[in-house]
Design a protein around this ligand. Structure first.
Ligand SMILES: C[S@@+](CC[C@H](N)C(=O)[O-])C[C@H]1O[C@@H](n2cnc3c(N)ncnc32)[C@H](O)[C@@H]1O
Length: 205
């Protein structure tokens, strides 16, 4: 049975109502393959679930601020968990030149992200993985970007602490990490962005 709750989703100063599926049952394995010319979508045939959060894009000025707050350089590997149309990976690749990986659960949008990277000429440095963010490993990331929900950040936190190397920066748009205090917090475009750094000895949960 699905339980659907409406929560308030702050974006660029506007409160947008978001229907979030809190409990979703597994659906059949992904059968869709990337359209021709969009080879950077890796169809890992993971069991796709309904999204935990609907798609709401981060505004460009907020994307820029997130990448600046994380101090992204060409030597980084940037993972956007729940990548939408790929704009964070594309912007990072275009402005700072790191390798980027987007993980998205929506087949069409994830394929669109790969197409957007190609259009922007950064497809050589970007990869988009069709799959659930809890099912993927992201231990090679040196920067992780998030625009999810408070509850999802909290659910993700032990995985971030377990998989990411000490010093990896985590930047979240709009949503904090509960009692894990951010190193920095910044107001931009009517919303707040947060920066954490994975500690040398993270807690286990
Ligand atoms: C609020 S949007 C943010 C999109 C993008 N990161 C941005 O900031 O513009 C959240 C995205 O996460 C995706 N998503 C939701 N649940 C997911 C899950 N379990 N695994 C992977 N992606 C998920 C949604 O399909 C949506 O594209």
């Amino acid at each position: 049975m699905h339980m659907i709750r409406v929560v308030r989703y702050p974006a660029a100063g506007v409160m947008i109502a978001v229907a979030m599926v809190l409990m979703s049952s597994a659906v059949p394995r992904a059968t869709q393959t990337a359209p021709a010319g969009q080879q950077s979508v890796v169809d890992q045939a993971t069991p796709l679930r309904k999204p935990d959060v609907i798609y709401v894009p981060t505004q460009p000025e907020v994307v820029d601020a997130m990448l600046k707050l994380a101090n992204v350089t060409k030597d980084d590997v940037v993972y956007d968990l729940g990548c939408g149309d790929g704009r964070i990976v594309v912007a990072a690749g275009g402005a700072y030149g790191p390798r980027g990986v987007g993980i998205g659960i929506d087949p069409q949008r994830t394929a669109g992200a790969a197409a957007n990277a190609k259009t922007a000429g950064v497809d050589g440095r970007g990869e988009f993985i069709l799959g659930g963010l809890f099912q993927q490993d992201f231990k090679e990331a040196t920067v992780v970007t998030l625009y999810l929900l408070n509850q999802l950040n909290l659910k993700l936190r032990p995985k971030l602490w377990k998989e990411l190397k000490p010093g990896t920066r985590v930047v979240s748009h709009a949503f904090d990490m509960g009692d894990w205090e951010p190193e920095q917090k910044q107001d931009v475009g009517g919303t707040t962005i947060y920066l954490w750094r994975i500690p040398a000895h993270p807690p286990s949960n």
